[in-house]
Design a protein. Structure first.
Length: 288
């Protein structure tokens, strides 16, 4: 499993955005009134048992018995993709253990979770991560952004600025966008990798963010910064305080692996129409 971050690779980015990335923007996170600047974790969170490096299974009648409920009892390996309740609860426990270490309240999924598509789940997860930290939710999924994100998922690449979406400029004066790509076996796995396992892990072989090439590489925690809207030294992002940002998501199975993409953009003016929104399709299904 590897995850990649949009940035210096510049796949399809506008000349203005690419120039800003190459120059290396400076500054601190831009936060709305009452929001504290966010800090990335000092180290990756290692789950126990570590499902990232091994799947512990023992021989059983008719197959295998695995400690990880996400693993197949037939093949003793992780699936290409799953949305099973047992695997969901397993990954949710891992995420919440990481959140506890960070001092963030546990994640509680909406009651309509299992009826949502993989793309809709990616949107929900991004907003659950944002709102848990006092950030405004992304408004919803836009069809134009969704189309670009899906195309990127099918080619297993970072999404870039979506053609046809009226993009605005962020606080640094560059096109406000954030794009991430991840592989994994479910949407919660992608969320864990991008939010809690996105830093340096001691060696390039064990670091899942392939552009995090050393402990101080600027791309470390880049996925997390993109999804939260961090305006820092590597990813311009869309700004922590963005209240009208929209999202596109993508999911595809490519070469025997699941491919997940998130694309966040800041509209130039009013928010364009959406096909799935936080207010209508998510908030009513959350616990009070």
């Amino acid at each position: 499993m590897r995850i990649n971050v949009t940035g210096l690779k510049g796949s399809g980015l506008s000349a203005l955005l690419l120039a800003a990335l190459l120059l290396g923007l400076t500054g601190t996170p831009v936060a709305a009134a009452g929001l504290l600047p966010l800090q990335n974790p000092k180290a990756n969170f290692t789950p126990h048992p570590n499902y990232l490096t091994t799947v512990e299974c023992t021989s059983a009648i008719g197959g295998w018995s695995c400690a990880n409920p996400c693993a197949s009892s037939r093949t003793a390996s992780l699936p290409v993709y799953t949305n099973s309740p047992s695997c969901t609860q397993y990954l949710l426990q891992i995420i919440n253990a990481a959140r506890k270490r960070e001092g963030v309240a546990p994640m509680v999924l909406p009651t309509n979770w299992y009826s949502l598509s993989a793309g809709e789940q990616l949107f929900v997860l991004a907003d659950l991560e944002r709102t848990a930290r006092g950030l405004p939710p992304l408004l919803g999924i836009n069809k134009v952004l969704d189309r670009s994100a899906q195309k990127a998922a099918q080619s297993a690449t970072d999404p870039s600025v979506a053609p046809g979406f009226p993009i605005g400029l962020d606080a640094q004066g560059v096109p406000g966008m954030g794009g991430t790509w991840a592989t994994g076996f479910m949407t919660l796995d992608a969320d864990f990798q991008q939010m809690y396992n996105d830093g340096w892990n001691g060696s390039r072989a064990t670091t899942f963010n392939i552009l995090c090439t050393s402990a101080r590489a600027p791309a470390c925690w880049g996925h997390r910064d993109e999804l939260l809207g961090y305006d820092g030294t590597y990813n311009p992002g869309v700004g922590l305080s963005c209240r009208n940002c929209e999202m596109g998501t993508g999911f595809a199975k490519v070469h025997g692996q699941s491919s997940f993409t998130d694309l966040v953009e800041l509209p130039a003016t009013t928010a364009p129409p959406m096909i799935f929104t936080w207010a209508k399709n998510v908030a009513p299904y959350l616990a009070p």
